[in-house]
Write a protein that binds this ligand. Sequence first.
Ligand code: CA
Length: 236
Amino acid sequence: MSEDEWVSEEPVIVVVEDDPNIADLVELYLRRDGYRPYQAPTGERALEIVALRRPKLVILDIGLPGELDGIDVCRSVRAESDVPIIFLTARDDEVDRVLGLELGADDYVTKPFSPRELVARVKAILRRTEAAALARNDERPEPIDLGADIIVDSARREVTVGGAAVALATREFDLLLHLSTNRGLALSRRQLLDSVWGDGWIGDDRTVDVHVRQLRKKLGDGLVLETVWGVGYRLD
Ligand code: CA
């Protein structure tokens, strides 16, 4: 691994802009905020750098010298990846073009712009894409192995004991899943009610006790679901 790759833990951002003053200013602000910018003064260079560096985001000027303008670059990049793109536009009619062509631009900034504002937009978009990536992962969680051959598979909403599916009521499953993802923690009946039944649930602590009793009965002695006196329950 080259030294260049080694330091690239900082999110890479490609800045496609032919005006060196603007490009340098944007680069300065991005660096200051912990990003790793690469400049591309032409569309051709932009495509090379995007392919090489796999950026987290592209800042893309529309008016570029040479064969490819920003819109051509956007089309080419979009054919390969979903990397977020922020357009730099010089005129209102460029904004109309960007929005009208449905190029999948994530945002745009009209010149003259404040670099601070641009970096704020970069941050907001990266936060959003990271949250979306996490949400995608959450949709396919790994089954949880509780030991004693008890497996909780939240993706399938299924619990198996020794490979055989056990029929649980909806709240029983939700309660077991919540305990499973908080193993080793003593959770109060109130916390369990809030998390599993929802904040608005009007019920008393016995609701939890009844469901715990069902879980113990249905899943057998292998389930180490302890009563924590004066608190609530803990799954070990
Ligand atoms: Ca330009």
